[in-house]
Design a protein around this ligand. Structure first.
Ligand SMILES: [Zn+2]
Length: 194
């Protein structure tokens, strides 16, 4: 019971995500081996039902993440990061995700959701400016690329049309340059606006 007391004290009896004073319960941020104040938080029924996908996501409710993501508690950072990812269709959520900095260890934890939560950690291909890339986009190289074992000229400014997103690796896309398909790092491209 000591943990609950500590958490209630920290949360000042409010949901640590949305600040609601409804009934609170302990939420254990998975994966974890042992409960502690760093990996548990007090949340309300509304937050809990949507996190556990028992109720549809109400994007407006989750505007609260823009505040909670700045918490110093790693568990709260992780939940905020995961929920912002789930809200990726909302531009405000993406903007905040861009600003949210997690240290290496916390980020690894945020990505290490169990199977149930897998779609909570969806990641996206983004260009050098953080714009979302989708298959079929045209991009411009922001750096002259050295393509190993090839005389290919992939110079700064080259336009690559109809890109393909590399599955399971959001750092890479594929594109055709001079008839040859090469893998390009997303950090070296800028999406071309139509
Ligand atoms: Zn709440």
């Amino acid at each position: 019971m000591k943990l609950q007391e500590e958490l209630l004290q920290r949360s000042e009896n409010k949901c640590e995500l949305c600040q609601s004073g409804e009934t609170l319960k302990i939420y254990e941020v998975q994966p974890q081996t042992e409960n502690n104040v760093a990996n548990c938080l007090m949340i309300c029924d509304t937050c809990s039902a949507q996190i556990d996908k028992k109720e549809a996501m109400n994007a407006n409710h989750w505007r609260c993440l823009t505040t909670s993501m700045w918490s110093e508690v790693p568990g709260i950072q992780v939940v905020s990061w995961r929920m912002l990812n789930r809200l990726h269709n909302e531009s405000w959520a993406l903007d905040n995700l861009d600003m949210l900095y997690l240290d290496e260890e916390t980020l690894a934890w945020a990505k290490a959701a169990d199977d149930d939560d897998n779609d909570a950690v969806a990641e996206f291909h983004k260009d050098a400016n953080g714009n979302l890339l989708t298959a079929g986009d045209s991009v411009v190289l922001t750096k002259t690329l050295d393509v190993k074992g090839s005389s290919l000229s992939a110079k700064l400014g080259t336009v690559v049309k109809n890109i393909r997103l590399v599955e399971d690796n959001t750092d890479q896309i594929e594109g055709r340059i001079e008839g040859q398909v090469i893998v390009i790092l997303t950090k070296y491209v800028r999406k071309q606006s139509n």
